[in-house]
Structure formats: C-alpha cells, structure tokens
Design a protein around this ligand. Sequence first.
Ligand code: 6PG
Length: 238
Amino acid sequence: MSRLPAHVHRLEAFAVEAADWIAQRLEHLAESRGNLVIALAGGSTPEPIYRELAKRPLPWKAMVFTFGDERCVPPTDPSSNYRMAHEAMLAKAAEQGSRVIRIAGELDPEKAATLCEAELRELAEQRNEEILRHDLVLLGLGDDGHTASLFPHTQALTETERWVAANHVLKLNIWRLTFTYPLLNAAKNVAFLVNDVRKERVIQEILAGGSGHPAEGVKPTAGSVTWLLGHKPEASGP
Ligand code: 6PG
C-alpha cells in the first residue's frame, strides 16, 4: 500500500483543537473494532492535550494506552512520562476502565524493554496481528529531530526486529526506553504534536524529505501521518 502524504494542521487553540482532533479520530476508530490501542507521547507538549482529553466522553473502556517512550526513572519521578500522563489523564481513564501498559522505567533498561515488548506481543496476539498495529500513535518532536527516544546517532535507530528498545543517548549520557521504527511504522495513524515555533525549521526539513532526522523515519507502511502544530513562541518546557 502506498504511503499516505502527511497532513498538516495549524492550530490556534493548540491543546483544545489537538484534543478535538484526537477525540474525533478515536470516535471514528471505535466504530470499527473492539479495543483501541493508543501510544502516548512524552515530554511537556502533550500534557495540556491530555488534560483536555480527560474532560471528553472518550470510549475509555475500549482504550489501551501504551507509551512511545519512557525515561529510566520510577513512575513517581517528576520526569516520568507515565507520571505526567497519569496526573493529566490516565488516573481518570483507568477509573473508566482503560488499560495502561506502562514501560517500567524503574527497572534495568534491557529488562524494562523486554517486559514491555512481551505485553505488547500478547496484545498483538489478542488482536490477531503479526505486529501490533496501534490505532493511533502520538509523538513529540525534539529540536534535534528526535521523536519518542529515537535520538540522532543512537543504536535504536537501526533496530529492525525488536518493538521496544533500551537506547543509550550519548549526548545526554542517559538511557531511554523507546518504541522502534518497526512498531511505530505498523501504526494505522500517527500524529505529531508540536507547539513550539522554534521547531518549524526541523518540521519543514522533515516534510521536505531527505532530512535524516529520526522523526522522518516514522513512515507507517499502511497508515496516516498528521502534524498538529501550535505556534507557542516561548520554549515548550524543560
Ligand atoms: C520525551 C519524549 C520526546 C519529546 C520531545 C519533545 O520523553 O521527552 O518522548 O520525544 O516528545 O523531546 O519534548 P517537549 O514536548 O518537551 O518539547
């Protein structure tokens, strides 16, 4: 199947309009199958979107939340993507019957990646999928062109078999846990959430093609890519 062109939406009220877009996409997807598997983006950009989504009548009971990446910290750590999402939305989602597949950042990175992948493979089997096809993957973008924790010049960029990898990021001297291209590119829908005008150049380089930025490697073989872009002038957070 040919790859679909990327769709770019420039949003005025970023959090509300991005939440609207996600909610509409989920309602549409909910009509077609039992459960809905959504990968959450980390970082600071998505938090207000998740707070908005928590106010909506989503098909919570049908939803399975995963994480496109995680820091190697406990779930209570201020830098944990799980903690951010839990406080903004997942506490409510879990009350409403959603399932959450967390990446255990508190464990040894290799072990955490293996455990998460095992859970995802079990879910794929339940969905009769060779490789888990997320209904929607939400991703952020770093100003160096990284997405999830697929940073430039890191090992995980070359992973072709595993779905979740422990990835050493030399420039930050840290370990991260990340979905790999095989898993990301099996998605039915991918949405990049970017709300920082300083990332415009990187976005344009990616959309033009041939940039070499890791985010450009997210090209679902049978899925859509959408860019939901805000125009926040100041930094998008830590
Ligand atoms: C993370 C992310 C990462 C993030 C970008 C953008 O764990 O940090 O998954 O890919 O989405 O770095 O981060 P901001 O939204 O904070 O700009």
